[in-house]
Design a binder for this molecule. Structure first.
Ligand code: SAH
Ligand code: MG
Length: 220
């Protein structure tokens, strides 16, 4: 779908990336654009086109990855229990009262996420998986061509995501990890620890970085 704006043609890609700016979330634009650009490299016809992100929130990163998935003909599963992480709860740093469900007083990002994907017209490309990451992982056997880890950042949750999901990435596939900070002053340890674990496992090599985003490729 092309839209003409003051003489310039806004492509479908531009449109999606502009729309991502309006979506609530925790994905700086430069890092989001890196998600899109690395995803767009995945055109290898032999590699599985099943992708998965852990940590949907309101769909901001989902748009960046979804734009690439649409381009390369992949399907992106977007996994979240939609009740937020610890730091999103009332009294914590990243609490947003607008996201509380008045019926039960719980945080619920599913309606926002679903609206985001609908407005972006990405419903043929993006599929929501609502549940706890470790429960879904135990019942998800599909090999992944791309895995983006941006779920819970606590020690146990981040390590469970690493241990349960990274083995599903096929050789040649991409592993992306968000909120990787080498300096503890900049952020929590677990995403950095699992990034180091991926490197030292010998299964992955680092191929790119943008802000706190790290991109690795499975070499075996
Ligand atoms: N990628 C998002 C931000 C994700 S925030 C963006 O671009 O804005 C982290 C998300 O992980 C939260 O929505 C939280 O609900 C989810 N999460 C945390 N622990 C989880 C778990 N164990 N299983 C599923 N989702 C989880
Ligand atoms: Mg993040």
């Amino acid at each position: 779908m092309d839209v003409c704006v003051i003489g310039a043609t806004l492509t479908r890609r531009d449109e999606l990336l502009t729309f991502a700016d309006e979506v609530k979330g925790f994905m700086p634009r430069n890092e989001g654009l890196a998600l899109t650009s690395f995803g767009e490299l995945e055109t290898d016809q032999d590699l599985t086109k099943t992708w998965l992100e852990i940590g949907s929130w309101c769909g901001k990163s989902t748009i960046y990855l979804g734009a690439a998935a649409e381009t390369v003909g992949a399907v992106l599963y977007s996994l979240d229990h939609h009740h937020g992480s610890e730091e999103n709860q009332e009294g914590w740093e990243h609490f947003d009262p607008e996201l509380v469900d008045p019926n039960d007083g719980r945080l619920n990002t599913l309606p926002s996420w679903q609206r985001t994907i609908g407005e972006a017209q990405l419903e043929a490309t993006v599929v929501g998986l609502v549940g706890h990451s470790s429960v879904v992982a135990r019942h998800f056997d599909q090999p992944l061509g791309l895995l983006f880890i941006d779920g819970g950042h606590g020690h146990d949750v981040a390590w469970a995501d690493y241990e349960q999901w990274t083995p599903k990435v096929v050789r040649g596939g991409l592993l992306m990890i968000h909120d990787v900070f080498a300096d503890p002053a900049d952020g929590g340890r677990p995403p950095y620890e699992i990034f180091l674990a991926a490197l030292s496992s010998g299964r992955f090599e680092a191929i790119g970085a943008e802000g706190s985003l790290r991109v690795l490729r499975a070499v075996r």
